[in-house]
Design a binder for this molecule. Structure first.
Ligand SMILES: *Cc1c(COP(=O)(O)O)cnc(C)c1O
Length: 221
């Protein structure tokens, strides 16, 4: 597996050269991450707390760790001190726990709200109603140790590009709608995280600001 060459060809294919690349290194050995680091990658995506925990001390200090998977509330404390961005915040309960852990260590933790955009039942995320309900609460408005930088979504697992495009477009549109609302200052809404190895070009066409790419860089899992 020539990680450097893979990275080169992924980057060369980008429609938007400013789009941030998160190298999804879950299940991969530390040597693979180091190879990507040497090729210039600083942003790594992992989906298991335990795995981030053991990999983090093995990598240089300026490595940025992205938690991209479903995160259980009781595990937030283990990554709170160093995580760069939590992509998969899929419930108010989890958001409140992240805020609480941030408070404990006096750190404002950057997060994305995961939005349910797929047709599958199995995917996590807020729907529009849940978002609106959360925004209306005083508890939400008084959050002090999270910064909501934007939205994250995963398209339906399908080979129909039209379906994927429709879902990504919906996420982007939701973001634009939210930007029109009067939101608390900890909601910045500058980032969208959508697109993986199979659909990152569609995501870029639909206006994503970061893509999460694993197998096209590190090989199949
Ligand atoms: C595994 C994973 C990815 C990367 O998937 P690839 O198809 O290997 O690029 C992206 N996002 C999330 C949330 C993942 O769990």
């Amino acid at each position: 597996m020539d990680i450097k060459a893979n990275l080169q060809s992924v980057k060369n294919s980008f429609i938007n050269p400013d789009c941030k690349l998160i190298a999804v290194s879950k299940t991969k050995p530390i040597e693979a991450l180091k190879e990507a680091y040497e090729a210039g990658i600083r942003d790594f995506g992992e989906n298991k707390v335990q795995e981030i925990q053991w990999k983090q001390p093995e990598m240089p200090e300026d490595t940025r760790w992205h938690m991209i998977g479903h995160l259980q509330s009781n595990k937030v404390k283990y990554i709170a001190p160093f995580v760069h961005l939590i992509h998969g915040v899929d419930s108010f309960k989890l958001l409140k726990e992240i805020n609480k852990q941030g408070q404990k260590i006096d750190r404002v933790i950057p997060v994305l709200l995961q939005i349910y955009i797929a047709e599958e039942e199995s995917k996590f995320g807020f729907d529009r109603v849940e978002l609106t309900e959360m925004f209306a609460t005083d508890e939400f408005k008084s959050l002090s140790h999270v910064e909501i930088k934007g939205l994250m979504g995963m398209a339906t697992f399908t080979d129909n590009p039209n379906q994927i495009r429709k879902e990504f477009r919906g996420l982007k549109q939701l973001m634009e709608e939210l930007k029109q609302m009067s939101l608390p200052s900890f909601m910045k809404l500058t980032e969208i995280s959508m697109g993986m190895s199979g659909d990152y070009l569609i995501a870029q066409e639909e206006g994503t600001t970061m893509v999460r790419i694993g197998s096209s860089i590190f090989g199949a899992r």
